[in-house]
Design a protein around this ligand. Structure first.
Ligand code: EPU
Length: 344
């Protein structure tokens, strides 16, 4: 694959690009320029071009975990790298590789349909494959790190394409080295190692009864996960949202004590380090904010952890509501919340 010269980047730029359809919050957002990246070889020329022209450059995948500014005075690169395959079958695992622009749930369905288990608990999460490692997506007792093998990424610091193994990704709860250094890497492809011998992961409350099911397979677990998500979380296609808007706060037992004294049955999950994970959704609901509206932005009536766009919202509307939620929960429970999506 040859690298396109910078002049070709200039012709590929689309001016005054509307990003409303490129973010699941459907925020009104425009970019001075946009460009489709459908081959990794375009990246070096693109970064060179942006540097020479003194234009800020940001990368956008599925737009499911971002709060976009209404006007970006630079280039938004829309990552459209496609392709997925089984690269290797060993006695231990099936090794899958998928390009960053693939839709995450399509990858989950594709593996499950072939009878390959391992991704079923992570079904129906909006977004792309490339975004999955950035925040170490997780749901229903599983997280990406459980089955992650390695990824390839373009390193803006060195201009090289690197293979990064799991041990170097610094995965944590909704966290990774890619989230810590937001402007450094562009994820190009991801490899997952799905275990050859499938063990269903049914620890999560809504899944435990499946243990009694006859002929349980990854398909049945996936269907349950989809049903759970559909029943609990608003669908971004009808009610634009970015999933959980806050992380579940992990606090010291001293900080958790006042909440648990007042509400002994409040959700509280002890962590390996002695701290406690509280439920942000519970804290928001019990601060009286479920269904609350502030202009065009609101808190979902179905799930208090999800901020929604009721129509025509911009970044400033979402930011104002998020600040109100944080201040209210802090005043009521003394607990600080942190946003999960990235403000771009
Ligand atoms: N709760 C409430 N009110 C609400 C919502 C939740 O009181 O309006 C309480 C309930 O007591 C419930 C508890 O919160 O038992 C936990 O709720 P849920 O099972 O819905 O999970 P969550 O902790 O709110 C996390 C992830 C979700 C993931 C689910 C299921 C985070 C920030 N969120 O939500 O991930 O789907 O668990 O595993 O960790 C996402 O990241 O975008 C996302 C949707």
């Amino acid at each position: 694959m040859s690298m396109r010269p910078m002049t070709d980047i200039a012709t590929a730029l689309i001016p005054d690009f509307d990003l409303t359809a490129h973010n699941t919050l459907a925020l009104r957002a425009r970019s001075r320029f946009a460009v489709m990246i459908d081959q990794p070889a375009l990246l070096p020329a693109l970064f060179d071009y942006a540097a020479t022209q003194n234009l800020p450059l940001r990368i956008l995948g599925g737009g499911s975990n971002v709060v976009l500014s209404s006007r970006f005075d630079g280039i938004t690169a829309l990552l459209a790298l496609r392709g997925r395959s089984i690269v290797e079958q060993t006695s231990q695992a099936t090794l899958i590789e998928a390009a960053a622009g693939e839709v995450w749930h399509d990858l989950v369905r594709w593996t499950v349909n072939q009878g390959v288990g391992g991704l079923e608990n992570l079904a129906f999460i909006p977004g792309t494959v490339g975004a999955a490692p950035v925040q170490n997506i997780g749901a229903y007792g599983a997280e990406l790190a459980d089955i992650f093998h390695s990824l390839t990424a373009y390193d803006r610091a060195s201009g090289a394409t690197l293979t990064i193994d799991k041990k170097d990704c610094a995965f944590g709860y909704r966290d990774s080295t890619f989230k810590q250094q937001p402007n450094r890497y562009v994820v190009l492809s991801v490899r997952l190692a799905l275990p050859q011998s499938w063990t269903p992961n049914l620890r999560f409350a809504g899944l435990t009864d499946l243990a009694d099911a006859t002929e349980l397979d990854p398909q049945k677990v996936m269907e349950r996960v989809i049903a759970l998500r559909t029943s609990k979380l608003p669908d971004w296609r009808t009610t634009p949202n970015a999933g959980s808007f806050f992380q579940n706060p992990i606090v010291t037992t001293e900080n958790a004590a006042p909440v648990l004294e007042e509400f002994p049955s409040a959700p509280c999950y002890p962590q390996a380090d002695g701290r406690a994970k509280l439920s942000a959704g519970w804290l928001i609901e019990n601060s009286g904010l479920k269904g609350y509206r502030m202009g065009p932005a609101g808190i979902s009536e179905r799930h208090a952890l999800v901020l929604v766009n009721h129509g025509g919202a911009q970044q400033s509307d979402i930011a104002a509501l998020a600040n109100h939620v944080k201040a209210t929960v802090l005043a009521r429970f003394g607990i600080e919340l942190h946003e999960e999506p990235i403000f771009l």
